[in-house]
Design a protein around this ligand. Structure first.
Ligand SMILES: [Zn+2]
Length: 139
């Protein structure tokens, strides 16, 4: 039995229990995985941080760490090591992919359709739940 953290297109995080990795793949392919919050069936595994990087790969322990702690760790890692390009994420990722920009680690906002378009072009991008903005930063 394995447990995966899953995320839907609206950013809801939830757990999925599977017999093994193949079981997950089978269920994912047949589209029967469903977000328990909003019911959409476009869900996927929350990636490890190793998939976020467009250039360098970073290791984040994925065992022995509680789910919340791991997510927090990933968010902090991304915050520290990735340049925030905000709404320009898709554009920047594309420019790096086609060599118009120097390769670097970036993070930012992209819509689900932008994300899908990037993946179709073979650009490695990963949806990731953003860390809530601390109250003091809002002022
Ligand atoms: Zn949802």
């Amino acid at each position: 039995m394995i447990i995966y953290d899953l995320i839907c297109t609206k950013g809801h995080l939830f757990e999925g229990w599977f017999d093994d990795a193949d079981d997950y793949k089978k269920q994912h392919r047949s589209g029967i995985l469903e977000c328990p919050v909003c019911g959409v069936t476009e869900v996927q595994k929350v990636p490890s941080a190793s998939h976020i990087s467009l250039k360098r790969r970073a290791a984040v322990p994925d065992e022995g760490v509680g789910k919340g702690a791991l997510l927090k760790q990933m968010q902090e890692h991304v915050e520290r090591n990735y340049e925030d390009v905000g709404e320009n994420f898709a554009e920047e990722a594309r420019k790096m992919h086609y060599g118009e920009r120097e390769q670097r680690n970036i993070r930012g906002a992209a819509s689900w359709s932008e994300y899908k378009a990037l993946r179709e072009e073979g650009i490695e991008a990963v949806p990731f739940p953003a860390k809530p903005v601390p109250r003091e930063k809002l002022n």
